[in-house]
Design a protein around this ligand. Structure first.
Ligand SMILES: [Zn+2]
Length: 93
């Protein structure tokens, strides 16, 4: 269920992803910086160890939205490397 939803979401946004985001995201997963904390009925919670601080990434199952507390995501509403890393970790992309 979660997998199908994300694949649809991904196809819409993947073309907008910069190489930098993709590379950073892959590195975060390779270095073991991503952990899935909690999977509830409505949300999935992840934590990602960033360069300066730890970020909280949340996947809302209801509206299929990913959110991260970093500046890049909250200010620009763009998919950040932390969200990308979580998608990668969950094998959604
Ligand atoms: Zn982020």
């Amino acid at each position: 269920m979660l997998r199908e939803i994300n694949l649809k979401y991904n196809s819409r946004i993947m073309e907008k992803l910069s190489v930098e985001i993709v590379q950073k995201g892959k590195l975060l997963v390779e270095l073991g910086k991503v952990s899935k904390d909690l999977d509830t009925e409505k949300r999935v919670y992840f934590s990602v160890e960033g360069e300066e601080e730890e970020h909280s990434v949340i996947f809302e199952k209801g509206n299929k939205e990913w959110k991260c507390d970093c500046k890049y995501n909250s200010l620009h509403n763009r998919l950040c490397s932390h969200i990308y890393a979580c998608m990668l970790k969950e094998k959604l992309i």
